[in-house]
Design a protein around this ligand. Structure first.
Ligand SMILES: Nc1nc2c(c(=O)[nH]1)N=C([C@H](O)[C@H](O)COP(=O)(O)OP(=O)(O)OP(=O)(O)O)CN2
Length: 164
């Protein structure tokens, strides 16, 4: 008889974090002041356990998650897909135009993300997609991945993928 049992492995390591600046945009005219958070990331993966008693090597998963966090660390995150923010890049500077404001930053300090807003509910699916894009993760034993992003204690957004 085929065993359909799935086992969930939870990765929630203190070092899976990134410190970043952002501002949440609430409308065409309202936004937060620029500020930062120590964002935390965690990930649950459900998979079938093989005859060798392993689902997958979670050390590989931790390495990838750490690389994803490092890629966002110590940068000002700007949403490329916001309907309310126009972004220009010239002469080593990034200018974000919001309402009647011009926010000017050095290119080295900024990271443009393909999101509509720099919120935890946009960061979680973005990091989940980047995790799934990694060939090491394209493991047929993995049936479900849930990735969480927190902007502070007690507030998380989780994005989930399930294999069809
Ligand atoms: N749906 C969302 N709403 C808001 C988000 C978000 O990501 N999704 N983000 C913010 C801002 O990041 C805001 O700076 C969060 O501030 P706050 O909740 O106060 O963060 P703290 O860690 O300081 O939480 P405390 O409860 O004050 O400890 C706003 N809205």
């Amino acid at each position: 008889m085929v065993d359909h049992t799935l086992t969930r492995i939870e990765i929630s390591k203190e070092y899976l974090n990134f410190s970043a600046g952002h501002f949440t945009i609430f409308s065409a005219t309202e936004r937060e002041n620029l500020h930062g958070h120590n964002f935390q990331v965690r990930c649950n993966v459900s998979a079938s356990v093989g005859d060798d008693g392993m689902a997958f090597d979670y050390v590989v998963l931790k390495r990838i998650l750490r690389e994803l966090c490092d890629g966002l660390d110590e940068r000002l995150l700007l949403p490329e897909l916001s309907p309310h923010l126009h972004i220009e890049r010239q002469d080593g500077q990034v200018t974000a135009l919001f309402a009647d404001e011009r926010l000017v930053f050095l290119e080295r300090d900024v990271l443009l993300l393909p999101v509509r807003n720099v919120t935890i509910e946009e960061l979680a699916p973005l990091l989940l997609a980047r995790l799934r894009d990694r060939p090491e993760v394209a493991d047929r034993a993995i049936r479900c991945i849930e990735l969480g992003v927190s902007s502070g204690a007690g507030q998380w957004a989780h994005a989930c993928w399930e294999s069809s």
